[in-house]
Design a protein around this ligand. Structure first.
Ligand code: SAM
Ligand code: SF4
Length: 355
């Protein structure tokens, strides 16, 4: 790309770092301007912002994958109900609590309970689990990522003590959403869930895959604008990775480089965001976690699920769950973060309030 075009991208990045806002067409320009040079420029600014707000702290969350049953049929996901070859499992309340106890001793102060939309996890069941975790570990935050539920259900889980809810919006472009999901799933409903969660008082996380089939620069620009206006506490982004038993089996994986560039832009949109360097990044690139942190991320979510179920929670092929992706590999993760100048801390890791 000629230097003059870089200059325009640098200008937009500088403006984003000051104003925290751009127009949709400007975000689109930035997405299209992606080159290694522009990404390095954005990463440099993003790292300065995250150091200003979070220093060199890296927050960890213990991820417990509570069920691989799902009633939904998202076209990209290995847990979709049509995947008859998926091995299904469901953790019992006592298994989940045991994971939290192990995690607590390792230094985790946030537990994320994630799963498919499994009817066995009624409000009563999840509320009891949340209450029990809070009773055993009152200094910990509980985050849920259990998909779409009724507003009254979200309220009940919040009243039981859940602090955070992660529900990726998947794409801010309704037409794109319709190509990634069956007709019975609605973009409007997903967005309504996010508004309900925020209104109830959760720290809300949204997010999207990078490089999902049919994704365009316009759709990614809409994702950035959505984050700017919705103002979530967290944003989870990771590259799309195909799963062999889904309709997208032959689609190419998303790009680690583009994901890191978008992490940098998100950091500039909101310097206080909680931004994980996701497992998908670590799956496509052995140094993906480090690259995410060096682009502006400040959270990692090692796997705390019982080891015998980890390979069954197969959202995509070859999903990483060993080494520093695993909670038992925390010492390795600490070393790897220290090697790039960061420090894994024992902390709930709430978003800092800049206002
Ligand atoms: N069922 C809940 C939901 O959909 O919100 C939570 C679990 S779901 C597996 C968590 C996230 O995994 C999804 O929001 C999606 O973005 C991501 N995911 C699913 N399939 C993926 C794939 N093939 N590649 C990358 N990410 C994927
Ligand atoms: Fe189920 Fe979530 Fe996978 Fe969709 S993305 S099929 S809701 S687990």
């Amino acid at each position: 790309m000629p230097e003059a075009d870089h200059r325009r991208a640098y200008e937009l990045i500088d403006r984003l770092a000051v104003e925290r806002s751009l127009g949709p067409a400007e975000y689109e320009e930035l997405v299209r301007a992606f080159t290694p040079e522009v990404a390095a420029y954005a990463a440099d600014r993003a790292v300065r912002e995250r150091r200003r707000v979070y220093g060199t702290d890296v927050y960890i969350r213990g991820l417990i994958e509570i069920s691989s049953y799902c009633k939904n049929d998202c076209l990209y996901c290995g847990l979709r109900r049509s995947n008859r070859s998926a091995e299904r499992y469901r953790l019992r309340a006592e298994d989940i609590l045991a994971c939290c106890d192990v995690g607590y001793n390792l230094g985790f102060r946030t537990f994320v309970l994630q799963g498919g939309e499994d009817a066995a996890f009624t409000d009563e069941v999840v509320c009891d689990i949340v209450c029990a975790i809070k009773a055993a570990h009152p200094d910990c935050a509980v985050a849920l990522s259990l998909g779409e539920r009724a507003r009254a259900s979200y309220q009940a889980l919040f009243d039981a003590g859940a602090d955070r809810y992660l529900l990726r919006h998947e794409t801010a472009d309704p037409k794109h959403y319709a190509r990634l999901h069956p007709a019975e799933l609605s973009w409007e409903r997903r967005m309504q869930c996010l508004r309900d969660l925020r209104d109830i008082g959760y720290q809300v996380g949204c997010g999207f895959m990078v490089g999902s089939p049919y994704q365009t620069a316009v759709a990614l620009a809409a994702d950035l604008k959505f984050v700017e206006t919705f103002r979530p506490a967290m944003v989870g982004i990771g590259p799309f990775i195909p799963h062999h038993a889904t309709p997208f089996a032959r689609e190419p994986a998303g790009s680690v480089d583009l994901t890191c560039y978008l992490l940098s832009l998100l950091r500039l949109i909101d310097p206080a965001l909680l931004l994980p360097a996701t497992t998908a990044l670590g799956t496509l690139d052995a140094t993906g976690r480090e690259r995410g942190i060096c682009a502006g991320a400040n959270v990692v979510m090692p796997n705390l699920s019982p080891t015998d179920v980890r390979q069954k929670y197969e959202l995509y092929d070859k999903k990483a769950h060993a080494g520093s992706e695993a909670a038992e590999g925390l010492a390795e993760l600490r070393r790897r973060m220290e090697a790039i100048g960061y420090r894994v801390v024992i902390d709930r890791g709430d978003a800092k309030c800049l206002d």
